[in-house]
Design a protein around this ligand. Structure first.
Ligand code: ASP
Length: 341
């Protein structure tokens, strides 16, 4: 029987209605446990820990990611895997952040939550939690954890955390990973997509990192974007990294003010990463002149990374105080399965 640490951070799954406002508020884990007698009989020993103040995930922060990393590090040798209960709104950011912060992890970290609170009759929370625990406790034929990475379990799919985006505000299948097959699908049986599961490197130690550097911004381009605003944002001294959300295969307007702003930023050591606004597909800056110009201005390709992955990867690399050339290089390489090269 596997031993799982369940970390409750908040989210709809454990929320109850505020009688004054009628809106949902985070609540404590005891409330959740009452509605989840299945926890005592789910084929794994589940121990639990909760944030002092469970949050709506819109209030998630690098400090709370750090708290999760500290807990995982503390229990790393004591349990077989981790399940994190988390609000859906920013779950993809947390999953991406943890995938970079928990470098070379050999055990599963499975995030899940729900669209309906656990106390509601049609809740999706029970199925999601039970599936997540099953994934976290699963071993392969050699006795190694089946999942050795950070993943999101939601609506019968297990998805790579740093490939995932919240795609629906109300559907029970709330998450998709447009550029990566599911790691597993649960029907009557669980089917693992063994070819793509990450395997930790046995020669490298598990190296948790608990700090992030949030000197990062994501900018969405659109026709008519105001040059003055873009110029000013690129020039801000507190910004070290810019995720530029471009059109199609990584294209941007052919305007000298934009190229000048990017050149000035890269000359000042800032890292500008090209991520497409398309949900599916990849950046190919050599394909059109409108993309090529970005390459020559010093922009690095984010390939098929999600915005969530690009933003948190930059935060993680900047926190290591690496020179910007090194950050640029690493942004183009997969560190935790986050991009296809
Ligand atoms: N606002 C909630 C949260 O992200 C939504 C959810 O959990 O589904 O915490």
């Amino acid at each position: 029987m596997g031993k799982i640490l369940l970390i409750y951070t908040g989210g709809t799954i454990g929320m109850i209605k505020n009688q004054q406002t009628g809106a949902l508020d985070p609540f404590n884990f005891e409330h959740l446990r009452v509605h989840l007698p299945e926890l005592n009989d789910c084929g794994a020993e589940v121990i639990t820990i909760q944030f002092n103040h469970p949050v709506d995930s819109s209030d998630m922060s690098p400090e709370l990611w750090s708290e999760m990393v500290t807990i995982i590090d503390k229990y790393y040798q004591l349990v077989d895997g981790f399940v994190i209960l988390h609000g859906t709104d920013t779950m993809a950011y947390t999953a991406s952040a943890l995938s970079f912060m928990l470098a070379n992890i050999a055990k599963p970290v499975i995030l899940t939550g729900s669209q309906l609170p656990i106390g509601v009759l049609r809740t999706d929370g029970k199925e999601n939690i039970i599936n997540a625990i099953e994934y976290a406790a699963a071993h392969d034929q050699d006795g190694n954890p089946q999942i050795q990475e950070v993943a999101i379990c939601f609506g019968q799919k297990l998805l790579r955390g740093n490939r995932t985006t919240k795609c629906s505000a109300d559907n029970f299948s709330a998450f998709t990973s447009y550029n990566c097959q599911p790691l597993a699908v649960s029907g009557v049986n669980i089917k693992y997509n063994s070819n793509i599961l990450l395997r930790h490197n046995p020669y490298l130690p598990f190296s948790p990192q608990s700090i992030m550097d949030p000197s990062v911004i994501a900018i969405t381009l659109f026709p008519g974007v105001n040059p003055g605003i873009i110029r000013n944002v690129f020039a801000l001294s507190e910004i070290k990294g810019i995720v530029l959300r471009t059109f199609g295969a990584g294209n941007a307007p052919r305007q000298s003010w934009l190229i000048d702003a990017i050149k000035a930023a890269t000359d000042a050591g800032k890292v500008v990463v090209n991520i497409t606004q398309c949900q599916q597909g990849t950046v190919e800056m050599g394909l059109y002149t409108t993309g090529n110009q970005l390459h020559y201005a010093g922009v690095v390709s984010g390939h098929d990374m999600t915005v969530e992955a690009a933003v948190t990867k930059l935060m993680c690399l900047f926190a290591q105080n690496l020179p910007s050339d090194q950050v640029r290089k690493l942004m183009e390489q997969p560190l935790a399965g986050e991009l296809t090269v």
